[in-house]
Design a protein around this ligand. Structure first.
Ligand SMILES: Cc1ncc(COP(=O)(O)O)c(C=O)c1O
Length: 477
């Protein structure tokens, strides 16, 4: 028998646990702000790596069957320590990690504001101000990257979504029937090119786009981690002769392993000669556009059809906040345009739901807007240059101790190996992580296992660098 609600019965009051009264909210909010600040202080002087007993946590989780409600303050007192002890701390000044930043304070403020208003940024009718602000920030970043006045793009969940968007734009431009027929539109299998050192999102993206993982041609590098232009040219030629249809060249500007920058101008030339879409995956390294002193290393980026630059990497916003930048701002609508009568606006030139992979969308752009507006390009440049200078300091310190620097990147990442007799990279990384004194990672770069060290925290101090060197070279505190 189905339950019915009598039209005469009184409607219940809002659920107080979900929607507490204003005074109670204020009290909890103040408490949360204070406790989070205290937790962050403890994080900075504690272990970078998790110390939580995971067995105990799993057991504790079983008590949350959600049958009976618990008071929110009690739950906050549970949730804060769970994170304080249960994750690797990106906010620790000795996290030398995988491009994930300690978030800037303006970006954190933006999250609070956005969480409070929760605007729906799918449509310009619903969120006209948010849509206009995001378009402005994207255009400013595009212009700073050297793109022309008609450039555009949008915020994404991260670099992977931005890269996926690039492949879809390339396929759509390569064949007018791709939109309706998918890969079947092409006379042969569509393929694209990136290097063996590319971010592995490209392999997943080939799968997601329906052209298959083998369509991602991973071109050989030159032995220093950069895509080899001759190998790229040969691969395109061989594919054409074999009946495949090349659609896209992807150059990395700041490889994930080692911060290497592919020959951007050579790749641009090859894309032009072959009539291919040219994308630069500058997810992390792209933030170098902020620095007038250092951005020359990205020469050739301005020739790209599109680029990925993640705000949640070196621009230090909270996650996830990527950017897809495109030379021709109208290009994404050819991929994402759609008719939906229930949507409150239908502006192909502006509506995010008609120009990007997402539909419902969080207001991400405020994070980068507040960061850039508060610090200016010069402040952002200082953040970048500081990380590069600290990387040089680590490099000197390790070289003085006989370590070998394997990569030659102008960015803020080192791949290193210890001198003979000091142990294998894997064992050293394990030891450092166990100590909780710093976070570095193990990776395979070109022909060998290396230790990867990336400066990602805007407040890492000289003392932190010394502790990192001690932890790597096993000097006890
Ligand atoms: C070069 C490059 N591209 C793409 C990505 C993927 O970005 P995200 O993790 O934001 O999806 C990364 C991540 O580290 C990256 O280094």
């Amino acid at each position: 028998m189905s339950a019915t609600i009598s039209h005469r019965a009184a409607i219940a009051a809002p659920n107080q646990a979900l929607f507490p009264a204003a005074a109670e909210r204020q009290q909890i909010d103040d408490y949360l702000t204070r406790e989070l600040a205290r937790a962050q202080e403890r994080v900075a002087s504690g272990s970078v790596t998790p110390t939580l007993d995971m067995e105990a946590l799993r057991a504790d989780l079983t008590s949350f069957d959600f049958a009976s409600p618990r008071p929110l303050p009690e739950l906050l007192d549970w949730a804060i320590p769970m994170l304080e002890h249960g994750v690797v701390h990106l906010t620790h000044p000795r996290y030398f990690g995988l491009f994930n930043p300690a978030p800037s304070f303006p970006a954190q403020c933006a999250d609070r504001i956005v969480g409070s208003f929760n605007p729906q940024v799918a449509s310009s009718a619903t969120s006209p101000a948010a849509v206009a602000l995001e378009a402005h920030v994207i255009r400013m970043v595009g212009l700073r990257a050297g793109f022309p006045a008609q450039c555009g793009g949008h915020f994404t969940s991260g670099g992977s979504e931005a890269n996926y968007t690039a492949l879809l734009c390339a396929l759509t431009r390569a064949h007018p029937q791709f939109a309706s027929d998918g890969a079947r539109a092409f006379s042969g299998p569509p393929v694209f090119y990136t290097s063996q050192e590319c971010h592995r999102s490209w392999v997943k993206i080939a799968h997601q786009a329906g052209i298959g993982r083998s369509a991602a041609r991973l071109v050989a590098t030159d032995g220093t981690g950069r895509m080899a232009p001759a190998a790229l040219a040969a691969a395109i030629k061989a594919d054409r002769e074999g009946g495949c249809v090349p659609v896209l060249i992807v150059a990395s500007a700041g490889t994930t392993n080692a911060g290497m920058i592919d020959p951007l101008t050579d790749c641009a030339e090859l894309a032009q000669q072959n009539g291919l879409w040219y994308h630069v995956d500058a997810a992390w390294g792209g933030a170098m556009i902020a620095s007038k002193k250092l951005r020359g290393v990205l020469a050739g980026l301005e020739r790209a059809d599109s680029a990925t630059i993640d705000a949640h990497k070196w621009f230090a916003t909270t996650m996830g906040c990527g950017m897809f930048l495109v030379r021709d701002g109208k290009a994404p609508s050819a991929v994402f345009q759609v008719a939906a009568s229930y949507m409150p606006s239908h502006e192909v030139s502006v509506d995010p739901y008609m120009n990007s992979a997402q539909w419902s969308r969080r207001f991400l752009g405020l994070r980068l807007f507040l960061s850039l507006a508060a610090a200016g390009w010069d402040g952002q440049a200082a953040h970048i240059e500081r990380a590069v200078a600290q990387t040089a300091r680590i490099r000197e310190g390790l070289e003085r101790r006989g370590w070998l620097i394997v990569n030659d990147s102008p960015l803020a990442v080192l791949t290193v190996v210890p001198p003979a007799g000091h142990g294998e990279p894997r064992a050293i990384v394990d030891r450092v992580l166990k100590s909780g004194r710093a976070w570095v990672s193990l990776t395979h770069f070109e022909t060998r296992d290396v230790i990867r060290i990336c400066v990602t925290h805007g407040e890492t101090s000289e003392a932190d660098l010394s502790i990192l060197l001690d932890a790597l070279t096993q000097v006890q505190p």
